[in-house]
Design a protein. Structure first.
Length: 137
């Protein structure tokens, strides 16, 4: 009986992985289930559109300022959130929800809900500045 070489085994494995990947891609192109249907992704609220302009409010004694900037280091359409004048890092998810550096494992339907949740989580503590470090190659 002829034995297969490592190169042939790797080729067979790569071909099988590609076939599985293509099968997964073709099956995931089916329409997504309607919101509220079983199997639909769960978010802590329905996605709300990004605010246009500014929001300035006081929530639990802390000042929230949200502005929709022209882009900058956040990217186009990502609002800038400040709590008591200090920036709260905000990230958008693919499903339209938002997360912050304070509540990184919980999604929120809009930036204002994310800012309010961050204030509750801080429990009166000051917001530490978020500094993204550049990687040099």
């Amino acid at each position: 009986m002829k034995k297969i070489t490592r190169r042939q085994a790797l080729g067979i494995g790569a071909g099988a992985a590609a076939a599985v990947g293509l099968t997964a891609c073709s099956s995931s192109s089916a329409p997504a289930p309607a919101a509220g249907a079983s199997g639909a992704p769960k978010v802590s609220g329905a996605p709300v559109s990004i605010p246009t302009g500014t929001i300035d409010e006081v929530y639990e004694g802390r000042r929230i300022q949200i502005t929709l900037g022209p882009g900058g280091h956040h990217g186009v359409g990502v609002p800038t959130i400040r709590i008591d004048g200090k920036e709260l890092h905000l990230m958008g998810n693919a499903d339209g929800s938002w997360v912050t550096v304070v509540n990184h494992y919980e999604s929120f339907p809009d930036p204002l809900s994310a800012a309010r949740a961050a204030i509750r989580e801080l429990q009166g503590a000051e917001l530490a500045p978020f500094v993204a470090k550049e990687v040099q190659l």
